[in-house]
Design a protein around this ligand. Structure first.
Ligand code: WT7
Length: 568
């Protein structure tokens, strides 16, 4: 029996009070996600239950942590930070691979009322700088491997006071602002005064990319727990005896909302594998730990499909009970494939960094329509709006902009230091997701595409603006335009069109050099997979580069009426 039971029944009399009551929260109370995910679970009698089974590259590196371990170790990190003078409201960045300190550190930071800023460990110094500077980050928890990227930009970050190395053995020389810290050697803190955060106290700052301007810091609050708890329970169907694997990195919102907060607030055991993708490694991980609930992403699923059906047969995947996916369109074939080959279909879920929790989903027990994102979570009011008038579309199967009434607990509260852009997300009282879809006669949403130029590669958003700006910093590049290029597995990849400065000659070596330049500066995700040298870029009369035209060509689409583009 699924947690949600009957979806239709849940629609009646829905109230977020269901989650509030289950969590023992009353309006006005203090609410601290760090406490809810560890102390409370211990108080419920689950102190000895395994919270985390962690495995590194090496299969024999497995470590397990009980909820009591997580409680004490997050206290320990919290107390350490507090002793440094970090207090409520300060921004503390987590910049490391998927090691236990990342998961435990997140709770520790929240426990002292500070704001967590998780950043993907593959970010280069430019990506890092933009985000640390915008957040005015005071401390950063990282590892020896990643610290040099911070050292490189340290002089330009006046607010950054501490670089805390969580894997330091205390024997090596420390550089400017570096402090060594080790969870293994620190004195365990049995009791910590958890900061009395309230519903609207800031909790997390996740950065996301838009079409124009710098990445935006999505501000979340502790009350988001209400949504994350209930969606993890009803949409992901997490159950008491589950062994849950969320493949997302906590540098991105899936890895925090459903890779830490949702499951641990429910007292669920989760497994983490800190290694890159390999079909074999993944299947072996499921088999070894008897994973029962698996939350992953379409690019990974397509890669598994590519690895072939025979490989699947070599493993015992019978422990799997429920599968879900997020981040990009999940093609119908992937759903049909997983049902046939793995024996269970992937349930698509749709949401965003901004929404903080699942908004649309193929719920357990509900008929899955392969290729559809499913239906809205109970309690949400969704509509499709006409792109020109922003009026509600009532016609079935007519494309429109996905919009929501802005009233669910995990909604973003603003973009950090960018209220103006936040306000632009609203029309006629609706929150606009920036995505287009249709709704069929049964209320299922069918994704069409984004309403902007942002590139969704491997389920991660890359801003063409950011890549173009970085390209211009390369000595050979005069002008650039960056668009999405279709890709069989990654759905989209980054493609750059560039014109060269006088004195530079197009060559394969230069292409490689520019690619690496972006990979190091921004990230492997933002690195163009292809660079096309052109003599000129198409421009409007006012001199704006016509990305849309280049995009349409890449996708073999009609380039439309060029005269209107020229007048943009
Ligand atoms: C964008 C949000 C929060 C999940 C991780 C990504 C696209 C997300 C789906 C889906 C088609 C999807 C949308 C959305 N997206 N889920 N099931 N089907 N597209 O969070 O980086 O903020 O990206 O990802 O375009 O707006 P994000």
């Amino acid at each position: 029996m699924s947690n949600i039971g009957s979806y239709d029944n849940r629609l009646h009399d829905f109230s977020w009070k269901i989650a509030e009551q289950e969590l023992g929260y009353r309006p006005g109370d203090t609410i601290n996600i760090g406490w809810y995910c560890s102390d409370r679970i211990c108080q419920l009698g689950k102190a000895d239950k395994i919270a985390l089974i962690w495995e590194g590259h090496d299969e024999n590196s497995t470590r397990t942590y009980s909820f009591n371990d997580i409680r004490i170790l997050s206290n320990t990190i919290g107390a350490f930070l507090r002793n440094l003078g970090i207090h409520d409201g300060d921004r503390v960045c987590l910049f490391m691979d998927k090691i236990p300190e990342l998961y435990i550190g997140l709770l520790g930071i929240l426990k002292i009322g500070a704001v967590v800023q998780p950043l993907f460990s593959a970010f280069g110094d430019e990506s890092l700088f933009i985000r640390l500077e915008n957040a005015g980050t005071k401390a950063i928890l990282t590892t020896r491997q990643h610290a040099p990227k911070i050292q490189k930009i340290l002089a330009t970050l006046p607010d950054l006071q501490y670089i805390i190395l969580v894997d330091d053995d205390g024997t090596k020389a420390l550089k400017a602002k570096e402090i060594a810290f080790s969870l293994d050697r620190a004195l365990p803190v049995e009791h910590l005064d958890v900061f009395p955060t309230k519903a609207e106290s800031p909790s997390l700052l996740h950065y996301t990319s838009g079409t124009t301007g710098q990445p935006k810091g999505v501000k979340h609050v502790h009350y988001s727990l209400i949504s994350q708890y209930l969606t993890a329970k009803w949409a992901l169907d997490l159950q008491e005896d589950d062994l849950y694997w969320c493949t997302a990195d906590p540098g991105w919102v899936t890895g925090t909302s459903y890779g830490i907060i949702g499951p641990w607030s429910l007292g669920i055991t989760q497994c983490v594998k800190d290694s890159g993708f390999s079909a074999e490694t993944w299947y072996r991980f499921i088999e070894k730990h008897k994973i029962s609930m698996w939350y992953s992403a379409p690019t990974a699923i397509r890669s598994l499909m590519k690895a072939g059906d025979n490989l699947v047969k070599r493993f015992d995947l019978s422990s799997l009970r429920h599968l879900a996916s997020v981040g990009e369109p999940l093609n119908a074939e992937a759903v049909v494939w997983s049902e046939k080959v793995i024996g269970k279909p992937f349930h698509d879920t749709y949401w965003q960094t901004e929404t903080g929790s699942i908004m649309i989903s193929n719920f357990p027990g509900m008929k899955i329509k392969p290729g559809s994102m499913g239906k809205v979570f109970p309690g949400l009011t969704a509509a499709l709006l006409d792109p020109d008038t922003f009026e509600i579309i009532t016609e079935v199967n007519k494309p429109g902009l996905i919009a929501f009434q802005f009233d669910w607990p995990a909604r973003l509260r603003t973009y950090w230091k960018n209220e103006e852009t936040f306000q632009k997300k609203f029309r006629n009282g609706w929150y606009l997701t920036g995505d287009r879809s249709t709704i069929d006669q049964d209320g299922y949403f069918w994704f069409i595409g984004r309403d902007d130029d942002v590139i969704n590669t491997v389920g991660h958003l890359v801003s063409p603006f950011e890549v173009e700006s970085a390209l211009l910093e390369h000595k050979a590049v005069a002008e650039s335009a960056v668009v999405a290029k279709p890709d069989e597995v990654n759905m989209e990849v980054v493609k750059a069109f560039i014109t060269l400065k006088p004195g530079f000659v197009a060559s394969d070596e230069l292409e490689l050099e520019i690619m690496n330049f972006i990979r190091k500066k921004l990230s492997p995700l933002a690195m163009p997979q292809e660079i096309e040298y052109v003599d000129t870029l198409p421009k409007t009369r006012s001199g704006k580069i016509m990305r849309r035209l280049l995009h349409a060509k890449e996708w073999g689409e009609d380039t439309g009426d060029l005269s209107t583009l020229e007048n943009d």
